[in-house]
Ligand binder design. Structure first.
Ligand SMILES: NC(=O)c1ccc[n+]([C@@H]2O[C@H](COP(=O)([O-])OP(=O)(O)OC[C@H]3O[C@@H](n4cnc5c(N)ncnc54)[C@H](O)[C@@H]3O)[C@@H](O)[C@H]2O)c1
Length: 335
C-alpha cells in the first residue's frame, strides 16, 4: 500500500539553517518534501533522511524540469539565498545575482510549470532603520545590498501576483536564533556573523575579545535593539502560512518576530549569565549596513495565523543555541 502524504512541497535551501528546520517539521507533520540546494553554504547532514534531495542550483532548469514535471507540487518554499549582511556590503553583485536574478529565474520557471503558490523567506532588514515597531505596510528602506536583494525579490513576487501568475506568503524574519529541542538542526557557519552564534563560539572556548559593533546608537544603552525569534516558532509559522495559502488562496506579507526588544548588550549579558563563563567583551565602531532598531509589530501573524509562540524566552533561545554549538564541536558537520 502506498503511503498517503498530506502536502507535497518543493523546498529550496533545505541544507541551510532555517530551511532544514522547516523540512524536518514538515516531514514530522506528514508532508512530503523535495529539496534543492547547491550546498554553497548548506550542509548535507542537516537534510532530513526522508526528504528527496537534489544537489543543484535553483537556476538549473534541467533539474527543475525533471522534478517539477513528475511531482505535482502543492507549493514552493523558497529559502535559498546568501544571508550575510557584511559580506553583501563588500560583494553587492554576488548578492544581487544569487538572491534576486536567480530567484526571478527560478520562480518564473515554476510559474511556467503551473507551480504558483510560494512561501518566500524575506527579512526585517527590508524596512531599514526605524524608530518604532514596524508594521508590514511600512515603507521599505533597505539599508544594505542583502536587504536590497530581498526587497527586489518581494517586488518581483508582488508584480507576478498582479499579473495573476502566483499567490504568495512573504515572511519577513526578524533575528532568527536557537535550535530545535531535538537538536537535529541548527546554525553552522565557518565565520559566524549572527550575534548569538558568535557568543556561543566565544563561550565554548574561542580565544580573544568579543566585540560589540557600536555603542552610540540612540537606544537605551547605545547598542542596537533587536527582536529574536526561536527557529522552531519560525518553522511553525511556515506551516501555518502554508495552510493559510492553500486554504484561502490569498497573498499576504507577515512579520515574523515576537515584538520583544533586546539590546545587543543585554543579549551578551544574558548569554554570560547562562553560561557562567567569563568573556572579555569590548565595543568597536558600527558595522556597515547595520541598523539601530529592528523590532516587529506582530499583530498580523496573531490575527491571521493565530500564532501562539512556544519558545518566546531569550534564556531558552540562548541555551538551545549553546547546546547545538556543543554538538557541532563534537560532530563533523562538514561535507
Ligand atoms: N538566519 C536569519 O537570521 C535570517 C533572517 C532573515 C531572513 N533569512 C532568510 O532565510 C533564508 C534561509 O537563511 P538561513 O539562515 O537558513 O541561511 P543558510 O545559509 O543556512 O541557508 C541557505 C541555503 O541556501 C542554499 N543556497 C544558496 N544559494 C543557492 C542557490 N543559488 N541554489 C541552490 N541553493 C542555494 C545554501 O547552500 C544554503 O543551504 C534566506 O533566504 C535568508 O535570507 C534568514
Amino acid at each position: 500500500m502506498t503511503k498517503k502524504y498530506n502536502k507535497n512541497i518543493l523546498l529550496t535551501g533545505g541544507a541551510g539553517y532555517i530551511g532544514s528546520t522547516v523540512a524536518h517539521d514538515l516531514i514530522k507533520s506528514g508532508h512530503k518534501v523535495t529539496i534543492i540546494d547547491n550546498l554553497s553554504t548548506g550542509y548535507k547532514n542537516l537534510i532530513p533522511s526522508k526528504a528527496e534531495f537534489y544537489k543543484a542550483d535553483i537556476c538549473d532548469h534541467k533539474i527543475l524540469k525533471k522534478i517539477i514535471k513528475s511531482k505535482n507540487f502543492d507549493l514552493v518554499m523558497h529559502f535559498a539565498a546568501f544571508v550575510k549582511v557584511d559580506e553583501s556590503v563588500k560583494k553587492p553583485k554576488k548578492y544581487f545575482y544569487n538572491n534576486y536574478i536567480k530567484t526571478k529565474s527560478f520562480l518564473n520557471y515554476c510559474f511556467k510549470q503551473g507551480l504558483n503558490k510560494i512561501i518566500f523567506s524575506s527579512t526585517a532588514s527590508v524596512y531599514g532603520n526605524k524608530k518604532k515597531k514596524v508594521k508590514e505596510k511600512n515603507k521599505l528602506l533597505p539599508a544594505n545590498p542583502y536587504a536590497l536583494s530581498k526587497t527586489k525579490c518581494e517586488k518581483f513576487i508582488l508584480n507576478a501576483d498582479h499579473k495573476k501568475k502566483c499567490k504568495y506568503v512573504i515572511l519577513r524574519y526578524f533575528n532568527v536564533a536557537g535550535s530545535p529541542q531535538n537538536l537535529k538542526t541548527g546554525l553552522i557557519t565557518k565565520e559566524a556573523t549572527h550575534l548569538i552564534k558568535k557568543l556561543c563560539k566565544f563561550i565554548l572556548g574561542k580565544k580573544g575579545t568579543f566585540y560589540i559593533y557600536g555603542n552610540n546608537y540612540p537606544t537605551k544603552d547605545g547598542t542596537p535593539i533587536r527582536d529574536f525569534i526561536h527557529v522552531s516558532d519560525l518553522s511553525k509559522l511556515h506551516i501555518l502560512s502554508m495552510k493559510y495559502l492553500l486554504k484561502y488562496n490569498k497573498s499576504q506579507i507577515f512579520n515574523c518576530g515576537y515584538g520583544k526588544e533586546y539590546s545587543v548588550l543585554e543579549i551578551v549579558k544574558t548569554a554570560l549569565k547562562n553560561s557562567k563563563k567569563k568573556l572579555k567583551f569590548n565595543f568597536t565602531k558600527r558595522r556597515k549596513g547595520d541598523v539601530g532598531y529592528a523590532v516587529a509589530d506582530n499583530s498580523k501573524i496573531k490575527k491571521y495565523l493565530k500564532f501562539k509562540p512556544k519558545f518566546n524566552n531569550i534564556d531558552l533561545i540562548i541555551k538551545s543555541a549553546l547546546k547545538w554549538e556543543k554538538k557541532v564541536l563534537y560532530k563533523n558537520y562538514l561535507n
